[in-house]
Design a protein around this ligand. Structure first.
Ligand code: 13P
Length: 265
């Protein structure tokens, strides 16, 4: 099976409803314009590679954007969900509620959530299970800090972050056909710095081997790179074996930049 290339726009706490809707409308037009747009529900295809866009707005913008993009082959994702199923958890949003309003993906374990909201690998593992049960595909973020990177501890950190998550995936009663991991070095997020292709090659080879060896129930694993992705860095990094797409922050706030990444890389 040829994998689609995946482009995830993580808008973080940016974009108000009107700008989010405008961006979604521009994406819709892009899909309509693309001569290679395939039948409804498929990612569009360009130069033989299928491309799949996933927009991740803030919670309040999810439903209106999902409505706007009904029947358009663009998916909607959330940026977080609760580790609980239902109940007295003021301010939390459950995986089931996200599914009901049109989400088919959800970013979890982003380093900003780990840093500012103290999310642990165990919490993230519980979120994976809740998402699976609501038929939402998690986009699971992992990545080392600048200090870990300096200390040459990248793979050690990734393995530690992945351990409880892999265990939860293997023990889940319900699980999807594919799962997405996003490697985002914390030191590369919003800094303009990126690992070189040689380093990326080693990290992604390790990730692909480690996840394939240890995840028993899901056969198709997508690996994304995130951290200072723009049209220039993406064009270089797309050459790296085992990078199946990108998780894009800053450059996903500007439609032209996002479009360039999707079209070129
Ligand atoms: P930047 O693309 O702005 O570096 O952000 C990356 C990110 O955190 C995506 O989740």
């Amino acid at each position: 099976m040829q994998k689609a290339r995946i482009y995830v726009a993580n808008w973080k706490m940016n974009m108000h409803l009107d700008s989010g809707l405008q961006f979604a409308n521009d994406c819709k037009a892009l899909m309509n314009d693309n001569e290679n747009t395939e039948k409804q529900g498929s990612p569009f295809s360009q130069n033989g590679a299928k491309k799949h866009i996933i927009l991740c707005p803030t919670f309040p913008a999810i439903y209106p954007i999902a409505q706007l993009l009904q029947n358009v082959p663009i998916s909607i994702g959330a940026q977080n969900c609760s580790e609980h199923e239902i109940g007295a958890y003021t301010g939390e949003v459950s995986a089931q509620s996200l599914s009901e309003i049109g989400c088919s993906y959800c970013i979890i374990g982003h380093s900003e959530r780990r840093k500012y909201f103290h999310e642990t690998n165990e919490v993230i593992a519980r979120k994976v299970v809740k998402l699976f049960a609501s038929t939402i595909n998690p986009i699971i973020c992992i990545g080392e800090t600048a200090q870990d990177h300096k200390d040459n501890k990248t793979l050690e950190v990734l393995e530690h972050q992945l351990n409880p998550i892999i265990k939860a995936i293997n023990e889940a009663e319900q699980f999807p056909e594919t799962v997405i991991f996003a490697y985002e070095p914390v030191w590369a997020i919003g800094t303009g710095k990126t690992p070189n292709n040689e380093t990326l090659h080693a990290t992604f080879n390790w990730l692909a081997a480690h996840l394939t060896r240890n995840i028993k129930n899901i056969k198709v694993i997508y690996l994304l790179y995130g951290g200072s992705v723009d049209e220039h860095t993406a064009l270089e990094m797309v050459k790296v074996q085992n990078i199946d797409g990108f998780l894009i922050g800053g450059a996903s706030l500007d439609f032209q930049k996002f479009k360039n990444i999707v079209s070129l890389a």
